[in-house]
Structure formats: structure tokens, C-alpha cells
Design a protein around this ligand. Structure first.
Ligand code: CA
Length: 228
């Protein structure tokens, strides 16, 4: 099946680059240059993934994202020149699957599209319960964690935090989402909990905790468990 991509981008050079690259990679690509055009294509072209720019001539991509999320679960990757951390958090909380800051490499873009698709592909089947990177093995059902075959003992909170990241492996989970899901909605501002427990988890799981390869920091935004 050929995947249909909708590229919403008003910059002609970036739009042309994305279109030619993605067509070569085997995607069927439609493009929109404005919020209103994107709205029409979303209704009539039924894309599988949306690449969304934020600054559009007739509106803000963020508003389109919120509108879209009220109706559809389609993966949305925000591709933007904006890079304030608060903006990223707002986007992820509004329902973006991921974001890429311009300039980005094509390899990175394709990897993020693959992760978003895989994530959505499994969203309808039972929730993800295992993670295996080759060195780190996590079995949520059996509550087993092992590094290079050696079992690792985690406290209940450490396990809950790792489990939340396993369920979204490859994707950024914001600080607020992690705090709400692991500690509860009243703890969403307690980011120091996260720093503390992430430090403990890294000490147990990472070969070099100061240079983590699994539990990655998205500065100012959240954490990402590297895609296995
Ligand atoms: Ca723009």
C-alpha cells in the first residue's frame, strides 16, 4: 500500500524539496500552501500522515492541529522553523505526534514518519508491552527489566516511569504527560521528581548514564525512549 502524505508548507523551496524527496521514498504526496487548502485536502484526499508547518499565510498550523485532533487520529508531524521549547510542549500537548525543527535531515524525517506510522499502526491492537533494543530488554507484562541479559531491580515508581516511555517508544513524552501518567494529574508541575527518577533509571539502565543511549532528553520538552 502506498502511503499518502499531506505536506502543508507555504515556503515553495521547502515544499518542493519535501515533495521530491518523499516521492522518491515511495510516498504519494499532496501539498497544501495554506490552512484552508489543508482543510479541504484533509477532508477529500484522506492522507495517512500530515507534515505540518506552523507559520501559514492564512493562519497558524497549531489551530489546524487542534481542529484536526477533535475529529481524527491521523499522525501529525510538525515541521517548523520555530524552536522555542514552550512551543514544542504546546504542540505535543495539542496532539502532534512529533516535531522537527528546520533544518533537518531527510533521514531524520523518514525515521520520524516511520515511528509515527508504527505507533499508530499498533494503537488499534493491544498496547505495547515489550521493548528490546538488543541491550535493554523490558517485559511490562512480566515486570522484567534486563540489561545485557542481567536482571535489573527497579522500584515501583522507576518501573512505572520506564513503562510509560516503553508504551511510546521512539516518541517524545512531555514532562507534563509523564508526571500526570506516573504520579497523577496534581503533580504535573513537579518536574524535579522526573529529574530525580530519570537519574536513578539511567544509573541502572545506561552503560554511561551521562551519555544515555536509551533514555534521551528532549531539552525543555520531555523524554524519549530511543526507538528499538
Ligand atoms: Ca511557513
Amino acid at each position: 500500500m502506498m502511503l499518502r502524505l499531506l505536506v502543508v508548507e507555504d515556503d515553495p523551496a521547502i515544499r518542493a524539496m519535501l515533495q521530491s524527496t518523499l516521492v522518491v521514498e515511495g510516498f504519494e504526496v499532496r501539498t497544501a500552501v495554506s490552512v484552508s487548502e489543508a482543510r479541504a485536502l484533509l477532508r477529500h484526499a484522506a492522507p495517512d500522515v500530515v507534515l505540518l508547518d506552523l507559520g501559514l499565510p492564512d493562519g497558524d498550523g497549531l489551530d489546524l492541529l487542534r481542529e484536526l485532533r477533535r475529529e481524527q487520529a491521523i499522525p501529525v508531524l510538525v515541521v517548523s522553523a520555530r524552536h522555542q521549547e514552550t512551543e514544542k510542549v504546546k504542540l505535543l500537548d495539542a496532539g502532534a505526534d512529533d516535531y522537527l525543527t528546520k533544518p533537518f535531515s531527510v533521514g531524520e524525517l523518514l525515521a520520524r514518519i516511520r515511528v509515527a506510522m508504527r505507533h499508530r499502526g499498533t494503537a488499534l491492537s493491544p498496547a505495547r508491552t515489550a521493548y528490546d533494543s538488543g541491550t535493554l530488554h523490558v517485559d511490562l507484562a512480566g515486570r522484567m527489566v534486563a540489561v545485557k541479559g542481567q536482571p535489573v531491580h527497579l522500584t515501583p515508581t522507576e518501573f512505572a516511569l520506564l513503562a510509560r516511555l516503553v508504551r511510546s517508544a521512539g516518541q517524545v513524552v512531555t514532562h507534563r504527560q509523564l508526571l500526570a501518567d506516573v504520579w497523577g494529574p496534581e503533580f504535573v508541575d513537579h518536574t524535579h521528581y522526573l529529574r530525580l527518577y530519570m537519574g536513578q533509571l539511567r544509573a541502572k539502565i545506561e552503560e554511561r548514564p551521562a551519555e544515555p543511549r536509551h533514555l534521551l532528553t528532549e531539552t525543555g520538552v520531555g523524554y524519549r525512549l530511543a526507538a528499538a
